[in-house]
Design a protein around this ligand. Structure first.
Ligand SMILES: *Cc1c(COP(=O)(O)O)cnc(C)c1O
Length: 227
């Protein structure tokens, strides 16, 4: 592999990693990118690759040479669980009891405990998936019996574009839910991760307590089409 194939990506990664505070980790959002672009990001210091689509990640991953952990950051359909498990180290988008039970069953068969985040729906304009912030406590409580998933935190989308300040109330709401959940004592709950913020909003997200930021455009450049 020629790691200098994408000097602009390497530069963008370095610039971003230099400016974010300690304790914040970047997930490189890789949808629509090539394996070589992803490898450039990893060579520059990215440790987590995020992908929205199981099928595309399955095709991409064997061609990515760099070592990284992989996170599913798009919606997971139950009929894709078997495909998703060998690819992803974390599912960031768990949002229903039904999906959690299906995941737990497969993980039990595999003999693994899978780290997951619960996706919070911060307004239907941005995402149709995710659990409403007022309902997350009940959802998490209902997952207490699942021994093969480990709930490590929350994820939220927020607005994709526009004034980054527009995202602040959604990030704040998610952080409030995170704080509330911390008082729950439940064996499969180990809260440490708050995944919020994208290219236009990550500074606000970090302000509001994000520990994971999911960045595509600011690392790889504009996507060929709006996805
Ligand atoms: C595409 C995507 C991102 C990154 O978006 P950018 O604006 O390109 O940084 C983050 N999270 C999710 C879930 C995405 O689909």
């Amino acid at each position: 592999m020629n790691e200098t194939a994408h000097p602009e990506i390497i530069e963008s990664v370095h610039r971003l990693l230099d400016t974010i505070p300690e304790g914040v980790t970047v997930v490189a959002a890789a949808k629509t990118r090539t394996p070589a672009e992803v490898d450039a990001a990893i060579a520059a210091g990215i440790t987590i690759i995020g992908h929205n689509y199981v099928q595309e990640a399955e095709q991409m991953k064997p061609h990515v040479k760099g070592e990284a952990r992989w996170h599913l950051i798009g919606h997971l359909q139950r009929n894709k669980i078997n495909k998703a498990l060998p690819i992803f180290d974390m599912i960031e988008t768990l949002d229903t009891l039904k999906l959690a039970e299906a995941l737990d069953l497969r993980c039990e068969r595999e003999g693994i405990v899978l780290p997951v985040l619960i996706e919070i729906n911060s307004g239907e304009e941005f995402s149709k998936t995710g659990v409403h912030p007022d309902a997350v406590d009940e959802l998490v409580g209902s997952l207490a019996h699942l021994a093969h998933i480990r709930i490590e935190g929350l994820m939220t989308m927020g607005p994709f574009t526009g004034d980054p300040e527009d995202a602040r109330p959604y990030f704040r709401e998610t952080r409030e839910a995170f704080k509330r959940l911390k008082s729950l004592d439940q064996p499969n709950l180990q809260l440490k991760t708050l995944s919020m913020g994208m290219s236009n909003s990550y500074r606000v997200a970090i302000d509001e307590g994000a520990t994971l930021i999911r960045i595509g455009t600011a690392l790889f450049g504009p996507r060929p089409c709006a996805v």
